[in-house]
Design a protein around this ligand. Structure first.
Ligand code: ATP
Ligand code: MG
Length: 571
């Protein structure tokens, strides 16, 4: 490709719309342009990187017996009504009607469609296992589209679905996909760590997310350096710890006036207490019924854990009116003493002695509230958000915290969709059974963005060789000089003939401009052709990542580049 013809409009200035480095660089290097909030057009360079990631994914999916299909983006409402997700999916779903007023959505994911696809064809255990995947645009009307490709409303996803005859089969499919994901991200030059995760709206119980550790990540994860446990904060288990110190003496319960003081921070400042001396009592509606949940003052309640523990569909913080009805006080003064709704407490609440709690009365708190003496708890459970510094649930060592970008996720779905949608098969013994499913997603654009987020410097992108849009750029200092121009054209032809993806910067620009663009776009290898070195029959190779330069006899340049390419990446 000739640079004079390449449609890669680079920008000198950082676009105001972009917060994240990867997003800024993708715009500045001319990889893509925004068309609407969370929707992007890929320009040639961006698309080449995307296609390379897709190719790596394809190879690894095919290697685990995945077969590629392509399903429609537009999906009929009826299928989603069968699974029950037409209503559950909410505002994130783009919905539309056809000319006959029939309802459709733009696929945010394809469990329903694939289940409908196989239920009419798969009849017998002999047809299993079956692993089908596609690479296609998905649509989610995210509340906050941001960070460019990281959180778009239209984005490319690889989604694979597995169908097995039993749990063992599912286990095999799951781990085959899991290990394929490890290979895919490694080949893309990413270190993606699998973490235990929550399955959210998709369903199922066993699931891992693949996280690229980065400050810019939207997820918080916890991990243990000793035993390797790693989990999303949403999922990370808390430990029911034994009491360490002997319990302090219980003091008499006492009410204190706390005028307009309702948050833990305010209460602590006012009463000269520490947050861990307090117990927070939160009133929720679980499928419409009021319940109270308690965590220590320095802890946060994890609503996902509470919802799972209560096994309810909808969990929401109670409105002011309900709180008043339940506690007899406005928001901020609820407490466990005398409360008449079921009371669920996090394990850590067990060990708070002489706690500060709300008095169920406006502008009042209680000092020295003690479990069993002053209040009882319906049950204790792991309800709080686990945090860095907490003990590891597996080995009790200390958990570390980090931010992560979720580039992929694998789920064991079980029979959630096959049961709801009647996708069954005949087992060997003739019994009709629902298919056992798994699903496996990778965000293609998000993967490219994560690669850039982890591989750049102040001058621009540093592509891993495996997904670089092009491998080499040839930069003659001046195309006006016929000797340089000829040497550049010859090298260009030789590299193309050797199958090296090469761009020749044939523009009539100052060398500084050409070097800047080359660095910004991030070609892994640059060959500079200047008058002086040419006189000695040499050219200069610069490695983008290390900035290492070396001069080589002209006739060795192609073989040296081939040698570098064969070595895989340029570190
Ligand atoms: P998130 O928690 O980030 O919203 P998710 O868990 O809802 O993502 P999945 O349903 O697991 O996403 O989708 C599979 C993969 O698709 C994700 O791991 C992620 O890489 C990618 N992905 C999901 N939502 C988006 C989005 N809005 N923009 C870009 N990629 C996305
Ligand atoms: Mg996910």
């Amino acid at each position: 490709m000739l640079m004079s013809q390449l449609y890669a409009p680079t920008l000198r200035e950082t676009p105001a719309e972009a917060e994240l480095v990867s997003h800024q660089l993708m715009l500045r290097a001319g990889l893509m342009r925004r068309s609407a909030s969370g929707m992007y057009s890929f320009l040639p360079l961006g698309l080449r990187a995307v296609r390379k990631v897709e190719q790596i994914i394809r190879e690894e999916m095919n290697a685990i017996m995945g077969q590629e299909v392509l399903m429609p983006i537009v999906q009929p409402a009826e299928l989603w009504q069968e699974s029950g997700r037409w209503d559950d999916y909410g505002d994130e779903m783009f919905r539309l009607k056809d000319r006959h007023s029939r309802e459709f959505c733009l696929g945010p994911t394809h469990e329903e469609l694939i289940t409908a696809l196989v239920r009419s064809e798969v009849r017998s255990y002999r047809q299993l296992p079956l692993r089908l995947y596609q690479i296609q645009n998905k649509y989610r009307d995210e509340i906050r589209p941001r960070f460019g490709l990281m959180r778009g409303r239209e984005f490319i996803m690889k989604d694979m679905y597995s169908f097995d005859k039993d749990e063992e089969g599912l286990d095999e499919s799951y781990w085959a996909a899991f290990h394929a994901y490890e290979r895919i991200f490694r080949r893309c030059g990413l270190d993606a760590r699998p973490v235990e995760a929550d399955s959210g709206a998709i369903g199922g119980d066993v699931t891992h997310e693949f996280m690229v550790l980065a400050e810019a990540g939207e997820d918080a994860i916890l991990y243990c350096t000793k035993c390797g446990y790693a989990a999303n904060v949403e999922r990370a288990e808390g430990v029911d710890q034994e009491k360490t110190a002997p319990a302090a003496e219980q003091k008499p319960l006492q009410e204190v006036a706390t005028p307009q003081i309702s948050t833990i921070a305010q209460v602590c400042a006012f009463l000269n207490k520490e947050p861990q001396d307090c117990i927070k009592t939160l009133i929720y509606l679980a499928d419409g019924k009021p319940v109270a949940a308690m965590v220590r003052g320095d802890h946060n309640l994890n609503e996902i854990k509470l919802r799972k523990f209560l096994k309810c569909q909808v969990l929401e913080l109670a409105d002011e009116e309900t709180i008043y009805k339940v506690s007899g006080a406005p928001v901020g003064f609820a407490g466990p003493v005398g409360l008449s709704v079921p009371l669920y407490a996090d394990y850590a609440v067990k060990h708070v002695v002489n706690a500060v709690v709300g008095a169920n009365k406006r502008d009042a708190h209680l000092l020295n509230a003690n479990l069993d003496r002053d209040f009882t708890v319906t049950s204790f459970a792991d309800l709080r958000e686990t945090q860095p510094g907490d003990p590891c649930p597996r080995c009790q060592d200390v958990l570390q915290g980090a931010r992560g970008i979720e580039v992929g996720q694998v789920f064991k779905l079980g029979t959630k969709y096959s049961e709801a949608m009647g996708a069954t098969f005949l087992q060997e013994n003739g019994v009709e059974t629902p298919l056992i499913m798994g699903c496996y997603g990778i965000g293609v654009g998000r993967t490219v963005a994560a690669v850039i987020e982890k591989n750049h410097d102040e001058d621009g992108i540093i592509w891993p060789m495996s997904i670089a849009p092009y491998h080499v750029i040839i930069v003659p200092v001046s195309m006006e000089d016929p000797v340089q121009a000829e040497a550049a054209r010859k090298l260009y032809a030789d590299l193309l003939a050797a199958g090296v993806e090469t761009v020749l910067d044939d523009r009539d620009e100052r060398p500084g401009v050409k070097f800047k663009d080359a660095d910004l776009i991030g070609f892994p290898i640059r060959v500079t052709i200047g008058p002086k070195s040419l006189e000695q029959g040499e050219m200069e190779i610069t490695i983008r990542r290390s900035k290492e330069k070396s001069s080589l006899p002209m006739e060795q340049v192609v073989s040296e580049i081939q040698r570098i390419l064969e070595g895989g990446d340029v570190k």
